[in-house]
Design a protein around this ligand. Sequence first.
Ligand code: NAD
Length: 488
Amino acid sequence: MPDYPDLSLYIGGQWRRTAETLPVLNPATEKVIGQLPVAGRADLDDALEAAARGFRVWRATSPRARAEVILRATALMRARIDEIAHAITLEHGKPLPQARMEVIRGCEFFEWDAGEAQRLYGRVVPSEPGIRYLVIQQPVGTVAAFSPWNFPMSQPARKIAGAIASGCSIIIKAAEETPAGAWHIARAFHDAGLPAGVLNLVFGVPSEISSYLIPQPQVRLVAFTGSTAVGIHLTELAARSMTPVLMELGGHAPVIVCDDVDPDAAGAMSAARKARNAGQVCTSPTRFFVDEKIFQPYAAAFAARAAAVRIGDGMLPGVEMGPVANHRRIEAIEALVEDARAKGAKVLTGGVRPNGPGYFYPVTVLAEVPDDARVMHEEPFGPLAIINPTSSLDEAIARANALPFGLAAYAFTHRAATVDRLMTEIEAGNLSINTLEASVAEVPFGGVKASGQGREGGQEGMLHYVETKTISHRMALETAPMVSGARQ
Ligand code: NAD
């Protein structure tokens, strides 16, 4: 098994080293595992030039031929799953089986979009005799994309898949702390014969790269996943040139637990899900509003399963949760727990950082948390859950909708009438009932309110990467110069 990749930028079909590098750390050991190349202005200029050339070639390539390249690259990623998952666990900390699942998920995004882009149908609109109206979809141009560190492979896969499948070129700045997933994607596309310049991968100082790329006239879509604050900043930058944005931002997912479900099963399932990716998921279930009739057994089952989560280096067999990805998360979570504790929340389990190296933090369950605790409205983005009792469905829905976020929401219930109300009233882009899965390749995913704009995946995801153009085609020259057509 090769260890961590020897990282480089990928610009215009060439691998490129840089004079300046930054260390990449293993969050389980805090040891340096690799060196990240830092792109300078000249690298970005080359990437823009390459992306312009790549776009000219790629837009003229048929959707079927594009799909063939994508599927070849995806087959390579599937064949290299052990190597890619190994690198992801080293740089991110997640357990190896979760890293493998992530690679598969990333491949599914590519496979879905490769098929979906072949169905970007236009239409012929019936009208008066002698004129035809055609509506066609064309790739937007160069996409500037920014992917975060929580899913090093599947997050860049989402954006690269949409761009390449639809015929765009892309410059992606992947996360500095977890660069290997995106690097492996670029390697697979290089080996699969993607024309030079269609995919360009850079790393560096995020604010410098985004502030340089976004205002470029050639950039026709900005796609970002990350925090709401940064998303707003990038949207403002893009607005100056009327460049559209695709923003997948923060969440603070509510879970409504009704009294008709088994509290032990639902509690244990919720805790296991909270531990996934150490809670560093924008859809991670966080605010559990539990019917007071089953609050005690649900909270007890949740806390028991949370306390039993096996924490350790993700490389070790049997480990269920690795460290959080960086020291910033530890500090943020500790501060939220201390604040809630000081305001009267009960700590059912966790809440104490273990000694030793690595950014480890236990799954922490807070109960009966007052509304003025920061964690009630700030996304913890870590293994931290809040369980509060509710006395009615009305109250649960009101509390679920109380925050500016609206990404994922969940509920446990078997009552059709309750599901019907939730479908109508919950303010979120994705609602999942009796499952804590919120996003798969074949359905659209994204947020409302401060959780973002636009959708990734499904049919809807592809539409961000194309422009709709209307063509009016009259079969003969018009005879009346001033007035034409019956409607004018
Ligand atoms: P952060 O807000 O500094 O960065 C979030 C992401 O945005 C990172 O990937 C970073 O590289 C990128 N970024 C930051 N400034 C940028 C800029 N000016 N231009 C382009 N990209 C920029 O915070 P962080 O400590 O890295 O992450 C913590 C917070 O980010 C979390 O609380 C969470 O809300 C959010 N986050 C969300 C997701 C998600 O899947 N929606 C993923 C990662 C982080």
